[in-house]
Design a protein around this ligand. Structure first.
Ligand code: MOS
Length: 700
């Protein structure tokens, strides 16, 4: 791997799209130009399982300004119905509450919404099953877990090792359903025009990947990929929920098909998002750890029960981190799913790694208490020389450096390990730690085009997405260093499926996947066209294979440190301080990197203390479907959150020397909060979120 000489890379360049954003002129999906647009409002099922027997749309049609009403009885037929989530309005079956069963198109959004409320639906209601339990009779083993890991692994003899262990932990941890709530709700504008050569369809979409959206949606409508163009220059957060199209996109395209070329605008309400755009699956995780007298792990078992939906399988890879994190001769992981009558779960920031690491790192804290060892020392003693799962060397594993530097910066040395003993006024105070890791992921299929479009201007084109992460800026920096020019000379074009193909902004893989293509194109451009090139010179190149991909296990690492205060009278929990220390390879942009890391940590704080979607088993819907009920950490909850990183260069992964940093910030953060609450109070909460009712009864 020949690494770039960093020049622009590494500096804290301000966001190149910052001015557009703060002046409100960056066009998000719903704000794109759309002449003579009409507005779509969904009609959703109000039962969790059964059949629609009748839909009376007369009152809706009579409302002035209503243009069209779609129902399960008359919607356009889809060409490909293999995806159970995207296949809507093709039959009368209801698979989950909130499922799309119709839509109203009108001259204004308000008329569409009012008319949608006038649609009356009759159902033949079936019995539904929406409750996950550890002994659910329908539990099964999926073929693989997200995206393609084996569901189960086993090495050695866990039971025998546990039986003879000096110290043991055997505990069950649960995480609730959580919902992605990006600031920008899911929104799109669909325009379906018919030319001589067939349909020409444009979708402005709030998506993490224009090419991914195109390749998923085109076949659903029997379109060739070139007939569908997906455009997304600016996206107001996604966190995984915009990593693939959802059924609202299909509804918008269906409506557009019948709108005579008029653009159809659809912006989901916050409440609609709680049934239509994915969510983090609920988990029930049993952790068993066994250690010898010195705290060396002899056995690790991580067995997960989680939910998927009856209409489509999504199997989260909750236990996979445990396969790599610590050394132990006897190891076992498993995933079991129950397919419930609920919406399809999907990616939410660090799917798998985040909830799995929460449980595993709380269990490690419990083991430290059992062994009478400092929790950092316990982790140091269980550091594996090589990847325990594959036996491959690490490209770089600096977890201990993260733990040690964090301990020093945070002030860990004087920590009294006894829980519930440190009182400041009314507040019991404590500190907690957790490890973190996240795989280095690189996606195939990326290309970039570089054109010397005018004197001193390099136009760099790739269909990448900026979901708020800073792509506009970081890819420009990479291009500048790869071409050996000033940042100001780079004219970046992203966010459009008409540009060279780019993989989805997911799995913390964006910079690696897109940046590798840009560097390859820049190197070939210089070989082909020299410096200075002729105006109009252009080169397209694909990201090459990484020759080191099979030789090393590439993971980012981190350590979280948290201070928690718990009110001894009320149980109120405050987190005045969080510090994360990360090893993520080279920082492309110190400013956007810090923003990613502290953003992830803040989401971890939110997960620890607040976030919980409550599904009412009687009706099968999430009752906490707005921000009054679904609590997230707000400004007053977030006090001193800081992230730093090691001076690092990853030599085996991409030419930038980076490793991916979008998701590791949330991994382990909730565990560190739970461990700090334990240290403050002596109360071990294993069921997220840690609310005061769970802490209060046990306070000293
Ligand atoms: Mo991220 S949850 O992989 O979009």
């Amino acid at each position: 791997m020949t690494l770039l000489q960093p020049s622009s890379i590494g500096s804290p360049v301000a966001r190149r799209d910052g001015h557009l954003k703060v002046t409100g002129t960056a066009p998000y999906a719903f704000e794109q130009p759309a002449e003579a647009a009409v507005y779509l409002h969904p009609v959703q099922a109000t039962i969790a399982r059964g059949r629609v027997t009748a839909m009376d749309i007369t009152a809706a049609q009579e409302l002035s300004g209503v243009v069209d009403v779609l129902t399960v009885f008359d919607a356009p037929a889809l060409s490909d119905t293999s995806d159970g989530e995207l296949t809507i309005l093709q039959d009368t079956e209801v698979h989950y509450r909130g499922q799309l069963i119709g839509g109203v198109v009108a001259e204004t959004a308000e008329i569409a919404r009012e008319a949608a409320a006038f649609v009356t639906v009759r159902y033949d209601e079936g019995r539904h099953d929406v409750e996950l339990t550890a002994d659910h009779p329908g539990l099964y083993t999926p073929e693989s877990v997200n995206p393609s890991y084996p569901p189960d692994t086993a090495d050695g003899d866990v039971d025998a090792a546990l039986a003879s262990a000096e110290f043991r932990v055997d505990a069950t941890y649960t995480t609730p359903i959580e919902h992605n709530n990006p600031m920008e709700p899911h929104a799109c504008i669909a325009r379906w025009e018919t030319g001589d050569d067939g349909p020409r369809v444009t979708l402005y979409d709030s998506t993490q990947g224009t090419h991914a959206a195109r390749s998923t949606l085109a076949p659903v409508f029997g379109l060739e990929p070139e007939q569908l163009r997906v455009i997304a220059p600016h996206v107001g957060g996604g966190f995984g929920s915009k990593g693939a199209p959802h059924s609202h996109n299909v509804l918008a395209l269906m409506a557009a098909q019948r709108a005579d070329g008029r653009p159809v605008k659809l912006a989901l309400t916050r409440q609609q998002m709680f049934s239509l755009v994915g969510y983090r699956t609920q988990t029930i995780q049993r952790l068993r750890l066994g250690a010898d007298a010195d705290g060396r792990l002899s056995a690790i078992a991580h067995d997960v029960v989680e939910q998927t939906s009856a209409v489509k399988e999504y199997a989260e890879q909750t236990a996979v981190t445990t396969r790599k994190m610590y050394a132990a001769p006897n190891r076992q992981t498993s995933h079991r799913l129950a397919a419930l009558d609920v919406p399809v779960p999907y990616w939410m920031r660090a799917p798998g790694e985040c909830p799995g690491t929460y449980a595993a790192e709380v269990a490690m804290d419990e083991l430290a208490v059992a062994c009478g060892l400092d929790p950092i020392e316990l982790r140091v003693r269980n550091e594996p020389d090589v990847d325990p799962e594959s036996g491959k060397p690490w490209s770089s594993r600096r977890l201990i450096d993260c733990l040690r530097l964090g301990a020093q910066r945070f002030g860990w040395a004087d920590r009294d390990p006894r829980p519930g003993k440190h009182v400041v006024g009314q507040w019991l105070t404590g500190t907690g730690v957790s490890s973190a890791t996240y795989p280095g992921m690189a996606m195939p299929g990326n290309s970039a085009r570089i054109t010397y479009s005018a004197e001193g201007v390099y136009t760099v084109a790739i269909g990448a997405a900026d979901i708020g992460t800073g792509t506009w800026t970081t890819l420009s920096q990479i291009a500048a260093d790869a071409l050996g020019c000033e940042l100001a000379a780079i004219d970046l074009q992203i966010g459009d499926s008409a540009l060279p193909p780019a993989s989805v902004a997911g799995g913390s893989s964006g910079i690696t996947s897109w940046g590798s293509a840009i560097v390859a194109a820049a190197r070939r451009f210089r070989t082909d066209h020299g410096d200075p090139p002729a105006t109009g010179a252009s080169t397209v190149a694909q990201a090459p294979e990484n020759p080191d991909a099979e030789k090393f296990t590439v993971q980012s690492f981190g350590a979280h440190f948290v201070e928690a205060h718990v009110n001894r009278d009320t149980g109120e929990i405050r987190v005045p301080r969080m510090l994360g220390v990360f090893s993520v390879g080279r920082a492309i942009n110190a400013r956007t990197l810090r923003s990613q890391l502290i953003g992830g940590m803040t989401m971890g704080l939110s997960m620890a203390l607040h976030e919980e979607s409550v599904r009412d088993p009687r009706f099968g819907h999430v009752v906490t479907q707005d921000f009054a009920e679904y609590h997230i950490s707000a400004h007053a909850d977030v006090v001193d959150v800081d992230a730093i990183w090691l001076d690092d260069v990853e030599e085996h992964f991409n030419p930038m020397g980076s490793r991916g940093a979008g998701e590791i910030g949330i991994v382990g953060a909730a565990a560190a909060v739970v461990n700090a609450v334990y240290h403050a109070t002596g109360v071990r909460v294993r069921d997220l979120p840690v609310t005061l009712d769970k802490v209060l009864p046990g306070l000293p």
